[in-house]
Design a protein around this ligand. Sequence first.
Ligand SMILES: Cc1ncc(COP(=O)(O)O)c(C=O)c1O
Length: 428
Amino acid sequence: MSKNQTLFERAQRVIPGGVNSPVRAFRAVGGTPRFITRGDGAYIYDADGQRYIDYIGSWGPMILGHGHPAVLEAVISAAREGFSYGAPTEREIELAEEILKLVPSMEQVRLVSSGTEATMSAIRLARGATGRSKFIKFEGCYHGHTDALLVKAGSGLATFGHPTSAGVPEEVAQHTLVLEFNHLAQLEEAFLLHGKSLACVIIEPIAGNMNFVRTQVAYMKRLRELCTESGALLVLDEVMTGFRVGLASAQGLYAQLIPGFKPDISVFGKVIGGGMPLAAFGASREIMKHLAPLGGVYQAGTLSGNPVATACGLATLREIQKPGFFEALSAKTRSLVDGLATVAKANGVPFSVDCEGGMFGFFLMDKLPQEYQTVMTTDKARFNQFFHAMLDAGVYLAPALYEAGFVSAAHSEADIEATLAAAAQALR
Ligand SMILES: Cc1ncc(COP(=O)(O)O)c(C=O)c1O
């Protein structure tokens, strides 16, 4: 038995399903999850000593690769000073200033410890600021595991959602309206029916939880207009896209295409923590003044703005602002996805790809899907076969067809070439 198998059996005795977050269990693709012993640059190593080119990057945060020297130094030096105080530190101000400098739609930001916490707090803030209860989310978008966000669409448009998870009461889902991603007519109708009672609309600008699906520009433009007209707040969940698709994040990309575009509330995570538990939400001063201790919307955290996590995030943000960083990362990601498309075409495999900055998606279908239902028509058996062939060849892709992939600054041209060679074998 391999060490991975031994560890998995041992883990399952003491941890439900053997993992601390479900997707790690490989349930979608089958097989034994790899237990990781260390990461170094673009690579992770498992308990059996196998090396993998890592295209998960901890599901997004590791934009510099593993163990970047400047980040490591910042973390070690912060840890020496102390792990946590439960009192404010200058580094929290520095990180807030750094984030605000890069995201002009926000005037203030609150630091928390996870993306789940950040989106949960953003919804509460939107509700507190507007005095309204209802909100819209989209099928296929994931915003963490808060009760009111674990909701699937109701049976008809005018109906509200149903919980997707046991343990979430129907009453908690009754204010969540779930719409199809990129479906303009549905959006118009939802606003006609409920616009004046909506606190907010929360959306992933590029949905990375149904692989990689962009919000269409015309759709985003109309969504912004409808929110403004009805007094609902537009919440962009950039936990995945933030500082990952570009220095200005996804909202910067949309602002280039839609003059004057900006969200009311933004949510960040992953890259801003550089691999440490850190996330944030922010907005204008006008909106943020509703947050405790200034206003009545309560939100708090023992480890919020943790000194070691903020050091890690700050060092990461400083690295990605170096001249040419995103140009180089984007070119690398582009060469990977173009290469995969070429290999697939040569083997007659239906394939489509998209990418932005250091985030990418590929689909075993001819055309890029625009919403969740189409994503889920992917040939699952074929995807799983491809995933395992790549894994056996030392390439670690996301173990589910509905997850995005990530390239880091540490990936070399040789890594990309090795990946394409493995893909050529796997698709043959
Ligand atoms: C877009 C988005 N929002 C929120 C979350 C939740 O973040 P966390 O896992 O840090 O709680 C995720 C996690 O993958 C995410 O992708």
